[in-house]
Design a protein around this ligand. Sequence first.
Ligand SMILES: Nc1ncnc2c1ncn2[C@@H]1O[C@H](COP(=O)(O)OP(=O)(O)OP(=O)(O)O)[C@@H](O)[C@H]1O
Ligand SMILES: Cc1ncc(COP(=O)(O)O)c(N)n1
Length: 268
Amino acid sequence: MKTALTIAGSDSSGGAGIQADIKTMTVNGVYAMSALTALTAQNTTGVKSIMEVTPVFLGDQLDCVFTDIFPDAVKIGMVSSCELIEMIAEKLIEYQAKNIVVDPVMVATSGAKLISDDAIETLKKRLLPLAAVLTPNIPEAEELTGMKITAAEDMVAAAERISTGFGCAVLLKGGHQINDANDLLYENGKSRWFLGKRIANTNTHGTGCTLSSAIAANLAKGYDLENAVGRAKDYISGALGAMLDLGHGSGPMNHAFDVCGDFGREER
Ligand SMILES: Nc1ncnc2c1ncn2[C@@H]1O[C@H](COP(=O)(O)OP(=O)(O)OP(=O)(O)O)[C@@H](O)[C@H]1O
Ligand SMILES: Cc1ncc(COP(=O)(O)O)c(N)n1
């Protein structure tokens, strides 16, 4: 069985972070492992508090995983401090990790800041250059480029700038657009759109975590990046379209929407 590792924070309400990642990887047919960067006390309405793990403890988790069950892909989500980012970069290089998907999580859907300002700089310097693909949303791409993104042409220009600047492919997510949910993949100087109809569902807690984990699962299974993204886009659209409605705020998606479908079955 193929394996994937998520390096991310825990979401007590189960909609985002490690919990979303493990559900996604499992449903997409890979064995999921986790290294926690932080515990968050949060629900669908907001983040109450955050407790970071120590860099040494994060390093221990990564040693335990990499020396025993080597992951076929690695997804990185919420990492809030410079020290934790440094530790992750060090270990990914030491173990020559492959198929690294970086979701540069900065602000939760509920508005809570999930990374410190100085950590954004460390993320750019140490982690982004290790990524096979980076999956920013529009505000994150604006932060990474200093550009304002208001139209499809801006998305292409921003993705090109990020890809050239950090030497990785970029999937610029369009969930924050007004009319549609079109994502742009920029890889080796070429762009390709993955078109999505906007689903009238305000329960979007964890969409970014889910999409990046599905991409990691597909890369672990051996799909090339375009196919990994295409399958992940179908998966997120299905999970969102299942219209689960839990909690008092922006609720989670239904990861089990496809239990009778084919996202993971053929590889199990
Ligand atoms: N209402 C929607 N209808 C259809 N697809 C959507 C919708 N909202 C988001 N998506 C899709 O979900 C994926 C995640 O995109 P989004 O831009 O929301 O990321 P994000 O902001 O990082 O997510 P998060 O909510 O976890 O912060 C993308 O494929 C995007 O197109
Ligand atoms: C632990 C953790 N990781 C990531 C997110 C971002 O997800 P979202 O933007 O959907 O709230 C989150 N809220 N919590």
